[in-house]
Design a binder for this molecule. Sequence first.
Ligand code: SF4
Ligand code: SF4
Length: 204
Amino acid sequence: MPYQFNFNLTRISRSFFREIASIAHSKGMHKRIGEAARNLLEKFRIHEITGLDVSEALILLEDFIDIQMKNMIDRERFLKSRRRALLLPHCARKFMDGRCKASFEENIPSYRCSHCSPDCLVNQAATLGERRGYDIYILPGGSCIHQILKKERYGGIVGVACGQEIKLAEGLLEKVNIAGQAIPLIKNGCVNTRFDIQALKRIL
Ligand code: SF4
Ligand code: SF4
């Protein structure tokens, strides 16, 4: 399920995301997260740079904080997991039309990247994951996760998607006791989306 608004955080300073991590660390220790989140939005001029209104920016920021917290909670279990998969969103492919040379495997269902474009984010992420022994899936939608988990047993899953899709998937992983780690998109819109490849590298 996509957000009801579009956002693009690709021009926001890296330190914004570092501060999100620090808020996530302190969440639960004090009750002033709302205030901290508002201060962060002001400090990094999120409204000015992205055009988001305050309530949209807060929804987004809260999701980022929650995802970061969940990553921290699951991290140890994830590091102990043996068989792992990397789930990538089809919307981050360089091309969404016939210029994308990925094949589509309906029985999984997932795209299989043919590495046609070195500057394609999905290609870069898939290559990273393959080198580290992950099974790679490029998903046309979040509902595919259910089908994959019916066929394959994984101990850990790394997922890249927009925050709302990640939150839906977290519930599913919890039910089947799989440790998850997630990277939220920093630009949504279901086409030409972006995520932080360096953050993915660190989490893998
Ligand atoms: S590199 Fe892979 S995902 Fe990207 S456009 Fe080419 S085939 Fe599609
Ligand atoms: S932005 Fe990407 S991950 Fe999010 S709903 Fe759209 S297609 Fe799915």
